[in-house]
Design a protein around this ligand. Structure first.
Ligand code: ADP
Ligand code: MG
Length: 143
């Protein structure tokens, strides 16, 4: 298990980090984005979408409704937010296993609440707000 820490000083630096990280990832690739509201999960997703060439940062928004956003002509990026779901039964209606089997990068917000769902092989990105515009991002590749 390897963890790497990054510090960003503003929103644009987080987007740039997303671009750099995403360009290295294999596919399929399951990525948990972990952090409080306003930490910067969706901001990082903007950069990831750009790094994959799936969407422009401005076209990436929080997947509130629907809960699954799909980007790229070949569906090479999924961004999923489980914040509003409470039970495993509700999560099962999303068909995540099928999405996990595609040759895609899958970004998950609030998925740590449903550990039974998660493949052992995954990347976890923890984002902490340290100051108004300072964020610490810890990237861990599991197992
Ligand atoms: P989340 O999806 O985790 O709820 P968002 O990405 O939607 O969070 O929002 C993050 C907010 O924090 C945005 O308003 C953004 O402008 C602000 N922000 C300030 N500094 C940073 C930074 N270094 N990285 C990311 N976002 C930042
Ligand atoms: Mg968000």
């Amino acid at each position: 298990m390897t963890s790497t820490r990054y510090t960003t000083a503003n929103e644009e630096e987080t987007i740039e980090l997303g671009r750099v990280l995403a360009a290295r990832w294999p596919r399929p690739c399951i990525v948990l984005l972990i952090g409080n509201l306003g930490a910067g999960k969706t901001t990082l997703a903007k950069g990831i979408a750009e790094g994959l060439g799936s969407a422009r940062a401005d076209d990436v928004s929080s997947p509130t409704f629907p809960l699954i956003h799909e980007y790229g002509e070949e569906g090479d990026l999924y961004h999923i937010d489980l914040y509003r779901l409470d039970t495993m039964e509700e999560v099962e209606t999303l068909g995540l296993e099928e999405i996990f089997s595609r040759r895609a990068v899958v970004l998950l917000e609030w998925a740590e609440r449903f550990p039974a769902l998660l493949p052992a092989e995954r990347i976890e990105i923890r984002i902490e707000a340290i100051e108004e515009e300072t964020r610490v991002l810890t990237v861990t590749e599991l197992p």
